[in-house]
Unconditional design. Structure first.
Length: 80
């Protein structure tokens, strides 16, 4: 399920909400995926208010969800 949200963000250039494990603590943040590693072990993302992208390992992602205000799959259903 995490892979689907990361691809959604990458393909549609939309923010997603992710819970990451960093330095032994859970951190909830919005991010926009810029690139997924060819081996699928990590990804680059831009965090709000930051210009430089950060790289994360897939193992550090605990869960993902649509960002607040994003209708997700409902958008495509309304357009058909």
């Amino acid at each position: 399920m995490i892979d689907r949200f990361l691809k959604y963000s990458l393909e549609r250039e939309k923010k997603i909400c992710a819970v990451l494990m960093q330095d032994g603590q859970m951190k909830k943040t919005n991010l926009t995926v810029l690139d997924i590693d060819a081996d699928g072990q990590g990804f680059s993302a831009r965090l709000p208010g930051r210009k430089k992208p950060a790289h994360y390992a897939m193992d550090d992602v605990l869960t993902c969800a649509y960002a607040r205000g994003d209708q997700g799959e409902l958008e495509s259903l309304n357009n058909e």
